[in-house]
Ligand binder design. Structure first.
Ligand SMILES: Cc1cc2nc3c(=O)[nH]c(=O)nc-3n(C[C@H](O)[C@H](O)[C@H](O)COP(=O)(O)O)c2cc1C
Length: 209
């Protein structure tokens, strides 16, 4: 069986919805799946003066408390990792980046080589940095010697009006909590299936090499 870890950070539930859909789709595609969130770094939301934001953040944090936090062992276990993060100024959220910073012991013993990596994001606006967020994540994957699997436009679902990011499935939240539409969910299901398919083929190919 192919092992897939879905590792994500979400402050208001948009990336969380994509992550849950990715995990279900990977499982349906025959993978063993772990859904993991990265640790909250602050005791308040990062927008302290915004009551609406704070409420959504606190409610979301409470709702995911039973989802285990990601560990290096999850990365070691995984053949493929689906990474999810909100876009923040075209960059991944600090929580996810902090987890990536913690990978040095694993990276130092080449523990991430040939693992399959695929990423997804959510931003408030359509041109708010979705591609650059995914590309910024990819920088770490190149260093690890991992294999990046983008969704591309290899399935018609990517042509739906609210989809279309070939770098990684992305949704536009308008800063509303959990604002992910059905086409976005269909797209992340496709990206997860594709990730499982490529990771399985790679694992089998490397085993027989
Ligand atoms: C510090 C910060 C920076 C952000 N930067 C951007 C940005 O550059 N472009 C954008 O469209 N949205 C930006 N956002 C909004 C989030 O990307 C957006 O609300 C996203 O849908 C949140 O996903 P989540 O619900 O999974 O946390 C930012 C939010 C925060 C807190």
């Amino acid at each position: 069986m192919t092992n897939v870890a879905v590792i994500y950070y979400s402050s208001q539930g948009n990336v969380h919805k994509l992550a849950v859909a990715a995990a279900a789709a990977a499982e349906k595609a025959g993978a063993e799946v772990r859904l993991r969130r990265t640790a909250e770094l602050t005791s308040e939301s990062v927008v302290p003066g915004n009551d609406r934001w704070n409420k959504a953040w606190a409610e979301h944090l409470e709702s995911v408390k039973d989802i285990p936090e990601a560990t290096l062992e999850d990365l070691e276990w995984a053949d493929a990792v689906l990474w999810g993060t909100p876009g923040r100024y075209g960059l991944p959220a600090a929580s996810l980046k902090q987890f990536i910073d913690l990978t040095l012991p694993l990276h130092s013993r080449r523990g991430l080589v040939n693992k399959v990596m695929s990423s997804f994001t959510s931003t408030a606006t359509l041109h708010g940095g979705q591609e650059s967020t995914i590309l910024a994540l990819n920088n770490a994957f190149y260093h690890w010697g991992a294999i990046i699997v983008p969704p591309g436009v290899a399935d018609p679902v990517q042509l739906a009006p609210t989809n279309g990011n070939p770098y990684g499935v992305s949704s536009v939240s308008r800063n509303e909590a959990g604002n992910v539409d059905e086409d976005n969910l269909a797209a992340i299901e496709y990206q997860a299936r594709r990730t499982v398919e490529i990771a399985t083929a790679l694992r089998r190919g490397l085993q027989s090499a």
